[in-house]
Design a protein around this ligand. Structure first.
Ligand code: ATP
Length: 649
């Protein structure tokens, strides 16, 4: 193949431009990035060779080798990993397929504007390879895919183009030759990347735990020794070259907890899982028993923006005796812990079965159950002892637990018992978060139900007309401001023998005498107004299933509630947002018989149910009730016009 020139994809160009112009000051991490890619490539080959030994081509000594050359101003990093064929080269080093890159570019811009470009951005967004352009004028990649014959040379000066041609490469794997920029070699600079001791220290700093030897040749000059081992003083010095392994190769998770510094955990977490923040929680444990494993799990400092979208891939890395098996095993932990990152290393996981079978294996299930228990125990402890920290966790991941509560009903897992004590809801009293236990613990004497209301925020809930009665009675109401809240509560049904009761669904049924008396009075009143209510219902046919006199209103004129059978209005909205408009609430319009408007309505009705005025009143009452629930009337313009017309009268 003759040498061909290709253009980088637009986003890659943008990224390269940032790298070349060195807006990022922490140059040295390029080495970590390239070493980490080399290690991944060896992992891949290792894994594939388990089922196809021929791929190794007889070369089983996995290694990442560094060759600095002071004279040529180059640094070469080579591995005997899987290598790349032509398509892969063009795909991997010509385009940026990952959606994360856009986020990276934005973050970088933000950091730049904030004046803090030192933050460790690169690598967390999977743009590792391109960091080479921070220090190299030209990057040359020579690579041959294991099991294939053709080798390729890729080259770029980071100027928007790269070239590709075939070449010779006896060993499979990848060699990256960095022709260093003039600030990055020679004795004048602190950043001399041909300096072996600097390279050694960088390997120690960033790549010590890499599982394969990172080697470099050290040449020393010594005078020869005689047969007795004595130095021959007058002989000329001889050069000795010795290949040294620079890293300890001990994976972090295999070390003793007490020997690991917090910054080592942080560095590992951020780099291994491309995270930006510090972890919020670290779980590091070694278990021996029915099944033996080491786990190192993290709860990231903040939830990824796509945690609840289909493109988010949950899962934990699996290793067996420190050998990488798979990246995202999603069957290990329950879905409600989808935000947990980390790894499990177990000699009991077999390397020689398919990933599908592995995910079904008894050992994996056992490990998963143990980890789940452990995480839940830690969260419970946090809730109990570190409330503020738990509320921070809740703000990031609470939704995941709430989804877990109700999705468990579908999958047959009993997540309710596991999770109900970890849930927090906002109290109508002080706007603070409380657990169900706390709510029940401070219920008023004689209160038998857990009252809740739904709305977009606390202010909207406070403004609900039906809240007035509860406020008067000093009854605390749980504010459900997230659409999933009510679904979770539906799944829990009751807590400590107390049933959940929506203030906007079914009957309000407060438990005090005053309420019961009111209710009785309204029942009598409803009988004497049967005609009016029936005619209103007829007029609003298709919109509501019933029109009733309300027991739940004090000063408000109307409200819209849902029948106890079927979803609530908030649930209906959530279904509609999820493109499932079939599940509708059975709406009931309630009118306050104590309100002046009711007397007016009675008067209008006397003139007959077919008068335009009665029709207008009914429609407008319904639209008002919708607005109170935060739902737009079907025809907002008609509603506004009617209001204007009435105001002008
Ligand atoms: N030494 C290598 N051997 C084989 N393939 C490589 C090597 N270096 C890079 N690649 C390929 O190029 C791709 C792009 O590398 P890059 O460092 O830009 O991102 P990445 O490593 O995939 O991202 P992340 O840093 O998120 O892991 C890699 O995914 C890999 O497929």
């Amino acid at each position: 193949m003759a040498k061909e020139t290709f253009e980088f994809q637009a986003e890659t160009k943008q990224l390269l431009d940032l790298m070349v112009h060195s807006i990022y000051t922490n140059h040295e991490i390029f080495l970590r990035e390239l070493i980490s890619n080399a290690s991944d490539a060896i992992d891949k080959l290792h894994y594939e060779s388990l089922t196809n030994n021929d791929l190794l081509e007889g070369d089983t000594a996995f290694e990442i080798h560094l060759t600095p050359d002071e004279d040529k101003h180059t640094l070469t990093i080579s591995d005997n990993g899987i290598g790349m064929n032509k398509d892969e080269l063009m795909q991997n080093l010509g385009t940026i397929a990952k959606s994360g890159t856009k986020a990276f570019l934005e973050k970088l811009k933000e950091a730049q504007e904030g004046g803090s470009v030192d933050k460790d951005l690169i690598g967390q967004f999977g743009v590792g390879f391109y960091s080479a352009f921070m220090i190299a004028d030209t990057v040359t990649v020579v690579t041959r895919k294991a099991g294939e014959r053709e080798a390729y040379k890729w080259e770029s000066a980071g100027d928007g183009q790269y070239t590709l041609e075939t070449c010779e490469k006896p060993k499979h794997g990848t060699t990256i030759i960095l022709t260093l920029g003039k600030e990055f070699y020679g004795g004048e600079t602190e950043e001399n990347y041909t300096d072996k001791y600097l390279l050694e220290s960088l390997v120690k700093k960033y790549s010590d735990y890499i599982r394969y030897p990172i080697t470099m040749d050290f040449t020393t000059k010594e005078k020869p020794k005689d047969a007795d081992g004595k130095v021959i003083e007058d002989a000329p010095e001889e050069e000795h070259t010795e290949t040294r392994t620079l890293n300890s190769m001990q994976p972090l998770w295999t070390r003793n907890k007490s020997d690991i510094k917090p910054e080592e955990y942080r560095e590992f977490f951020q780099h291994q899982f491309y995270e930006w923040d510090e972890p919020m929680e670290i779980f590091h444990s070694r278990v021996e028993g029915n099944v033996e494993y080491t786990s190192l799990l993290f709860i990231p400092g903040s939830a990824p923006f796509n945690l609840y979208y289909a493109d988010y891939e949950p899962g934990v890395q699996l290793y067996s005796r420190h050998v990488f098996i798979m990246d995202k095993c999603k069957d290990l932990l329950p879905d409600y812990l989808r935000f947990v990152k980390g790894l499990v290393d177990s000699p009991d996981l077999s390397l020689n079965i398919s990933r599908e079978l592995l995910q079904q294996s008894r050992e994996l299930k056992l490990i998963g159950r143990n980890l789940e228990k452990n995480i839940l125990k830690t969260l419970a402890r946090k809730l109990d002892k570190e409330r503020e920290a738990y509320e921070k966790f809740w703000a990031e991941y609470g939704k995941s637990l709430k989804i877990g509560v109700y999705s468990g009903m579908m999958t047959g897992e009993n997540n309710v018992d596991k999770l109900k004590d970890l849930l927090l809801f906002m109290s109508s009293k002080d706007g603070k978060l409380c657990t169900l236990k706390e709510y029940v613990g401070r219920m008023k004497d004689g209160q038998e139900k857990i009252y809740y209301a739904t709305g977009k925020d606390k202010a909207a809930i406070d403004a609900l007309p039906q809240m007035e009665m509860l406020r008067d009675r000093d009854i605390e109401v749980l504010c459900m401001t997230d659409p999933v809240d009510e679904f979770a509560v539906e799944a829990i049904r009751e807590y400590d023998g107390k049933k959940f009761h929506s203030i906007s669904r079914g009957d309000l049924d407060l438990e005090d005498e005053e309420f019961k008396e009111e209710k009785k009075k309204n029942e009598d009143l409803a009988k004497s107004n049967e005609g009016l209510l029936k005619d209103m219902k007829e007029l609003l046919d298709g919109k509501v299933v019933d029109v009733r006199l309300s027991n739940r209103l004090k000063s408000g004129a109307v409200c819209l509630v849902a029948d106890a059978a079927g979803p609530s209005l908030a649930m209906e909205q959530a279904f509609a947002a999820a493109d499932n408009p079939m599940l509708k609430a059975r709406r009931i319009l309630e009118i306050n018989p104590q309100h002046q408007l009711f007397a007016k309505l009675q008067g209008i009705h006397e003139a007959g149910k077919d008068t335009p005025e009665f029709k207008d009143y009914c429609k407008m009452l319904y639209d008002q009730a919708l607005l109170l629930e935060g739902i737009m009337p079907d025809d907002p313009a008609a509603f506004a016009n009617k209001v204007a017309e009435m105001m002008a009268k």
